[in-house]
Design a protein around this ligand. Structure first.
Ligand code: CP3
Length: 416
């Protein structure tokens, strides 16, 4: 209870954020994005009647799931990280009216946003459930707000190891993140078998970084200070996060997710020694335990992808491939041919530099061609090396999708 009071402060607060797109001041309420006095988040949402997995229609397009586990596909599947986001005018329109985390917590709204990319680009091979990795720290009692022009901010980040006492280390997930499972189930209902639904989570070290830095950070100085000066407490936090992530992702599958992606977006800030101590073991543990739990619960053992951004050093990709993850997602700082030689029998996802989408559609097609030549069309999921940018032109995203689909089909037909 004390933990809740510490972070919850005096209840809902009103903040003024300036909307940098319109220049207008934007009134937004927040304060419901951490557990209330009963330990619930978004308890007053319109609840979703969750449909059991066995009642969903068969999947019409299973290219993503096949490519992820190394089965042949007629063409390379494609989706984009942050495909539901600010580069879409239809997203910005909804976002004008709602606070970011309120959007995550309103199942119908979050579902609508998740589907926007598929509606605009019906040939996309997957839908990712709209949410954020920072809902886990919220479930643990920390306040996180989304500030226009700045990104996520934790008003009270973790400072000292004694602050761990204020965290809810074992939150009740149905009470705190039930709204996410509602969104997953609703998205699966509305997608209605057209394409698979991707569920995701942040990885422990990336979440720990945000919880200590209080937002994005170039150097992760404070988080790395913990690794050096408080290794025992760092491991305690990383293990608690791992336990939550395992339960959280298994419940997402129970709610309808057909592939899971784990984002270790800050992995590349660690040198090999720290990566092997504070990141990799938890990633490996998550993949192993999630698959075990899924088997035990007789749930579908869905493919899992790991995106350890910036972790390309010698041996690192090979070691990720040796875990229970099925696919390794790469950023653009590795050449596709080199990556394919290093990961011969592992499925790869990636890795077009998101800035390539600023080029003309013709140039985008050329770059996609090079990427497909390097990775090959099989055991491969085309994606960007990181998320879409807010100033990307949706038409250029379309050029990317089309180029992957047309060129990979052509390459496969030429091989026959
Ligand atoms: O389309 C999708 O990919 C699904 C939704 C999704 C979001 N965030 C929505 C979002 C996913 C998968 C994420 C993951 C996420 N969130 C990560 C891991 C992936 C990565 O990018 O490395 C991280 C580190 C976060 C934390 C986070 N959320 C940051 C750093 C930011 C600010 C960056 C920015 O672009 O402003 C967010 C905000 C965020 N998450 C937005 C969206 C659509 C934009 C927020 C807004 O509308 O104001």
């Amino acid at each position: 209870m004390e933990a809740l009071l510490f972070f919850a402060g005096a209840g809902a607060a009103l903040i003024l954020t300036s909307n940098h797109e319109t220049g207008k001041s934007d009134k937004k309420t927040y304060g419901e994005n951490r557990p209330d006095a009963h330990g619930n988040i978004a308890a007053n949402r319109k609840k979703v009647q969750r449909v059991p997995l066995k009642e969903f229609p068969p999947l019409l397009n299973d290219r993503l799931l096949k490519a992820a586990v190394g089965e042949p596909t007629d063409r390379t599947p494609v989706w984009m990280m942050r495909q539901a986001g600010r580069y879409l005018p239809e997203f910005r329109e909804l976002r004008k009216k709602a606070d970011f985390f309120n959007m995550c917590q309103e199942p119908e709204l979050a579902c609508q946003v998740s589907l926007q990319p598929l509606e605009r680009f019906p040939t996309l091979d997957a839908v990712i459930v709209f949410s954020d990795i920072l809902v886990i720290p919220q479930a643990m009692g920390m306040e996180v707000i989304m500030v226009a022009g700045k990104g996520p901010v934790f008003p009270n980040p973790l400072k000292l190891p004694t602050d761990l006492e204020k965290l809810v280390m074992k939150p009740e997930l149905e009470k705190t993140l039930g709204y996410v499972f509602d969104v997953v189930n609703l998205v699966r209902q509305k997608v209605n078998g057209r394409v698979p639904v991707i569920g995701f989570s942040g990885a422990p070290f990336t979440l720990m970084g945000y919880m200590i830095e209080g937002g994005g950070s170039k150097t992760l100085s404070n988080a790395k200070r913990w690794l050096l000066n408080h290794p025992v407490e760092s491991h305690r936090l990383l293990q608690a996060l791992t336990d939550i992530i395992v339960e959280y992702t298994v419940r997402k599958v129970e709610a309808g997710a057909q592939l899971l992606q784990i984002f270790e977006s800050n992995g590349g800030d660690l040198g090999p020694e720290q990566y092997y101590e504070f990141s990799y073991p938890y990633l490996a543990q998550i993949a192993r335990r999630v698959k075990e739990e899924l088997k035990k619960k007789k749930l579908p053992v869905v493919p899992m992808t790991v995106f350890a951004r910036g972790v390309n050093f010698e041996g690192a990709l090979e070691k990720l491939a040796a875990t229970e993850f099925d696919a390794v997602s790469l950023d653009w700082c590795i050449d596709p041919t080199v990556a394919r030689n290093r990961l011969k029998n592992t499925s790869i996802q990636g890795n077009l530099d998101p800035c390539t989408l600023y080029a003309s559609p013709g140039r985008i097609r050329q770059e996609v061609g090079k990427m497909l030549n390097g990775f090959g069309t099989q055991n491969y999921i085309a994606n960007l090396g990181h998320g879409m940018h807010p100033d990307h032109d949706p038409e250029h995203a379309h050029a990317f999708i089309k180029a992957v689909q047309e060129l990979s089909l052509e390459m496969n037909q030429n091989k026959k």
